[in-house]
Design a protein around this ligand. Structure first.
Ligand SMILES: NC(=O)c1ccc[n+]([C@@H]2O[C@H](COP(=O)([O-])OP(=O)(O)OC[C@H]3O[C@@H](n4cnc5c(N)ncnc54)[C@H](OP(=O)(O)O)[C@@H]3O)[C@@H](O)[C@H]2O)c1
Length: 245
């Protein structure tokens, strides 16, 4: 039985990913903040799919304990074949952009925690010469807009970090996937204005799992976001800075 850790397992998208992996008979360690929900999910998936499930609490900002948390997870699972990083926090721009402390938290949750949590997993996967890392990044990280550049900068950092991991780990048989998601209908985007072509978390979760059958790399989900972001990246800076995006 394969063994996968899901960080941010209570995320709506991660729940769909967990469902898909459980359906394939994968053993799961569900990690997040909400232990009641994690326990409920673990019991539900165990009963419905007959898989081994575990759960544990981790706070994205508790950096100093991340390495020991990962060690504990791998010990509990009895090994690890992959990790899904789904932790994320959108925040509330424009307030965030004017408040250094709130902005720091957004960067910490979306970016720094990925580094402190994934680094110890990467070392283990590198040593055993197999496994995968699947990171949920965002199209917001492709070009910073005035309406969400703090989150966008953190996700851009995450995409680059995953790119570096891919470059390091590919030769060791470890696959690193960067998923650049467009708008998804989850608690994160609930009530936000200006969203369009919003995908369901179930569909995104299914597409995310399908990506694991492909070569390691960068994938836009849904796929049409690749074209949209190509166009957005091509807009000259002198024009872009005049847009109220
Ligand atoms: N929804 C979108 O449109 C969209 C677009 C692009 C990328 N994404 C990315 O997709 C991923 C999943 O997001 P989602 O849309 O499914 O949103 P969500 O349902 O709000 O999930 C966010 C997840 O992050 C966790 N989290 C937040 N702060 C945390 C902290 N300090 N410590 C530990 N966990 C923390 C949440 O845990 P709690 O349950 O404890 O709050 C939850 O599991 C995120 O990385 C997000 O940035 C989403």
């Amino acid at each position: 039985m394969k063994k996968v850790l899901i960080l941010g397992a209570t995320s709506s998208i991660a729940k769909a990913i967990a469902e898909d992996l459980a359906g394939q008979g994968t053993g799961l360690f569900l990690a997040g903040r909400d232990s009641f929900e994690l326990e409920r999910m673990a019991a539900d998936l165990r009963i419905r799919y007959g898989i081994q499930t575990y759960f544990g609490q981790v706070d994205a900002e508790d950096f100093v304990n991340h390495a020991s948390f990962i060690k504990k997870v791998i010990g509990t699972l009895g090994g690890i074949d992959g990790v899904v990083f789904a932790i994320g926090h959108l925040g509330e721009q424009p307030q965030d952009s004017h408040d250094g402390e709130t902005a720091r938290r957004i960067v910490a949750i979306n970016f720094t925690s990925a580094v402190t949590l994934l680094a110890p997993v990467a070392n283990v996967l590198e040593g055993q010469k197999h496994g995968f890392i699947l990171g949920l990044s965002s199209v917001a990280g492709d070009r910073a807009r005035q309406s969400n550049y703090v989150y966008g900068a953190a996700k851009g950092g995450l995409s680059l970090y995953l790119q570096g991991l891919r470059n390091r780990l590919d030769r060791h048989g470890v696959q690193v996937f960067t998923l650049k998601l467009g708008f998804v209908d989850t608690p994160m985007t609930y009530g936000k204005k200006g969203l369009f072509w919003v995908a369901s978390p179930e569909r995104v979760g299914m597409l995310a799992c399908r990506t694991l059958q492909k070569p390691a790399g960068v994938y836009y989900i849904p796929r049409f976001w690749r074209i949209i972001m190509l166009i957005i990246r091509l807009v000259p800076e002198r024009v872009f800075k005049k847009l109220s995006l």
